[in-house]
Ligand binder design. Structure first.
Ligand code: LHQ
Length: 264
């Protein structure tokens, strides 16, 4: 599926997805959702796509749901926003979290509402210094969705999560980094250089170990230590049988850089 609202650039071993409605700060329409879902599905099965890089065009990353799609006539029946989450947002967050390859998010400007939580659902979030994260939902009478109420307390703790959700206080990129909301904040001009160099590095990393590491970290959200130890044993058993493990150890003993296969 091609769409002018989502640009897809295929590099040799990673893809760049750019949300592309810059005049509306890349607010999400249904069409964008469908294009994004199709692109993520395609990335998951393309052996040459070993990392996904998500970013936004223009001065914003994503302002969440396009509210002009949600305008109601005064006499209209009350909307079922749960259905919108079931059909578009929840599948998107599940898709992002289930993707076996790493997702880098380069937050180029404001990330608001579901736009913030989509960024935070990615594996490595780098933000330009001018970017801000706004859990804007309360301003329009909604609760944080797109996984925000699950992700935020885990990333930054209960007190900060509550404050930014209840007050809709914008969090600047540097503060987001110091809180552990994101991995790193960088100069605006360096954002795409840093993000792409991270993609190049991840694309050369052992793919199965990356996938299993993501899955293990996700599982720790619900597992007891006991269960997690069993899971680590099982995953390590799989990783240990991979050609990439054999290559990693061989390269270490031969004092050279490993050449991983990209196989999962
Ligand atoms: C927008 C938007 C936008 C349309 C800026 N829509 N046009 C899930 C399930 C179901 C339903 C509801 O939602 C959800 C999930 C959600 O995401 S709910 C939360 C939706 N998002 C928001 O409430 C954020 C709304 N936007 C803002 O608060 C501000 O625009 C921020 C703080 C992001 C940026 O402020 P400024 O830098 O001052 O920019 P601006 O407000 O001037 O926006 C620039 C343009 O973008 C402007 O259009 P215009 O034609 O007047 O230049 C805005 O109308 C448009 N825009 N966000 N979500």
């Amino acid at each position: 599926m091609t769409s002018s609202t989502l640009l897809i650039e295929k590099k040799s071993n990673y893809w760049i997805l750019t949300l592309n409605r810059p005049d509306k700060l890349n607010a999400l329409t249904e069409e964008m959702h469908r294009a994004l879902a199709a692109a993520i599905d395609a990335a998951a099965v393309d052996i040459n796509c070993r990392v996904l890089l998500l970013t936004g065009a223009g001065r914003g990353f994503c302002a969440g749901q396009d509210l002009s799609e949600r305008l109601m006539a005064p006499d209209a029946a009350t909307p079922d926003l749960g259905a919108g989450l079931d059909v578009l947002y929840n599948p998107l967050i599940r898709k992002l979290r289930a993707l076996p390859i790493p997702i880098v998010c380069a937050v180029n400007g404001v990330a608001a509402g579901a736009g913030a939580n989509i960024a935070l659902a990615c594996d490595l979030v780098i933000a330009a210094h001018s970017a801000t994260f706004v859990e804007a939902f309360i301003r329009i009478g909604l609760i944080p969705d797109a996984g925000g109420t699950w992700l935020l307390p885990r990333l930054i703790g209960a007190a900060r999560a509550r404050a930014i959700c209840l007050l809709a206080e914008p969090v600047e990129a540097e503060k987001a980094e110091s809180w552990g909301l994101i991995w790193r904040s960088v100069d605006d001009a360096a954002l795409m250089i840093e993000a792409q160099s991270m993609c190049t590095r991840l694309a050369k990393a052992p793919a199965l170990a990356l996938e299993l590491t993501k899955r293990a970290l996700d599982a720790s959200g619900v597992n007891t230590l006991d269960k997690q130890l069993d899971l680590e044993r099982d995953f390590q058993q799989r990783a240990g049988r991979s050609a990439d493990y054999a290559e990693g150890v061989r390269a270490f003993t031969e004092k050279r850089q490993p050449a991983f296969s990209g196989k999962r």
